[in-house]
Design a protein around this ligand. Sequence first.
Ligand code: GCU
Length: 333
Amino acid sequence: MPKSATQTRTIALLAAVTVLLAGLTLAARRRTSDQIVLKLAHGLDNTHPVHISMEFMAKRAGEKSAGAMRIEIFPSEQLGAERECIEQVQLGSLDMTKASSAAVEQFIPEMGVFSLPYLFRDEEHYWSILNGPVGQEILEAGRPVGLHGLCYFDAGARSFYTKQRPISQPTDLRGQKIRVQQSRTAMAMIEALGGAPTPIPFGELYTALQQGVVDGAENNPPSFLSSRHYEVCKYYALDEHANVPDVLLISEAVWRDLPAEAQGWLSEAAAEAAAFQRKLWAEKTNEAIEELKKAGVEVSRPDKKPFAEAVAPMLKTQSNRAVERLVEKILAP
Ligand code: GCU
């Protein structure tokens, strides 16, 4: 239903008041305590390597600040699914979140570039982009909308897992309902492969798979394992269609409210956690594949070429000019 001008003004006023109140609460909170407490919420399980690395970050921030900074972590969607957490961070009612860059795409279109399939030549290319000026530019692109990117965490490559039959080639996806993250790019990819994309929050996916709302999904090995989706999906095809990193975000309002020294502790602890996580990730990915096999999952390595060919047009035409520019930079020789 179209909103009247008065309704629109009232909504805008309420939003402004909410942001103002969030800001005041923040300032008050920091004044009343000597300790800076930052709440960080995310959707992964506490056995997941990304969670373990954020615990490491919290420990390092505590050490660097001699106890003056404390990061409290709430895993497993305790404070909401990824989208809700990002919205709370935007408002400043939650300090920090870790989300998949695919989920952040709705807020920061530039993040969508990572959901483009088969974009990177190899791991080295991927990390040189993430750790270089392009990666930094994408992390900073959220500041005008209240989201301050601190670092990336490795989330490996995403691959398909299904209930009924293995995916050996793109035609096997025809007519299959595949859960995707809330990302337009991820939806477009499944469509290009002939499947039916269905966006569902991560925490609701186990039941959706069980009840047949979807026939399959896609994720990296540690997330497939820790979510226990393998109890329902016994086929895992490592087509490794996209490298979609996780991103650590702090509210821009919270960030600006931190003294420069505290910004330093946090930035350093985040950078150390990202380096720690990258090593842990490689180890945990291999372990996860072995665990999945032990649990009776049929793990296959299909030829990636037909998948890459089916989605190749996605790299050529972008609806968003900012993403188009990033693709040009990433693909530059
Ligand atoms: C990965 C990612 C999560 C995300 C999940 C998903 O596991 O690390 O942040 O929620 O994918 O598919 O939704």
